[in-house]
Design a protein. Structure first.
Length: 118
């Protein structure tokens, strides 16, 4: 495998791991999100530079990044609270709950890639 093929294959392995992380955290954040109208819950999504939906948030402009969030303007007030409203975190707990699983999945995907690259 030449250097270009190796770099391309590694990018794909990282992209796959980030996609899995996005799916996992998005699903948990949706389960965690408080519901009034359902707008916040319905807007949570993930995106990498190459995959996912940027409808709920921004699409990263570089490799090796996954964005998970929403474009709902009041989302940060729900997550962090205000002086008049208690916080109702949904996104940070989703990541915290699955952090170990994500690290394990990422290590597994990259490890498989490295074994094939030998």
């Amino acid at each position: 495998m030449d250097d270009h093929d190796y770099a391309s294959a590694m990018d794909k392995a990282v992209e796959s791991a980030l996609t899995k992380a996005g799916v996992i955290v998005e699903a948990q954040a949706v389960r965690n999100a408080p519901v009034d109208t359902g707008r916040l819950k319905g807007s949570i999504t993930w995106a990498t530079m190459r995959e996912g939906s940027a409808d709920g948030g921004s699409r990263p402009d570089r490799k090796g990044v996954v964005h998970i969030g929403t474009n709902v303007d009041y989302a940060q007030h729900v997550e962090y609270g205000t002086v008049k409203m208690d916080m109702q975190p949904y996104l940070r707990p989703a990541l915290a709950l699955h952090r170990g699983r994500i690290v394990a999945e990422f290590s597994k995907w990259v490890g498989v890639f490295l074994q094939r690259g030998k």
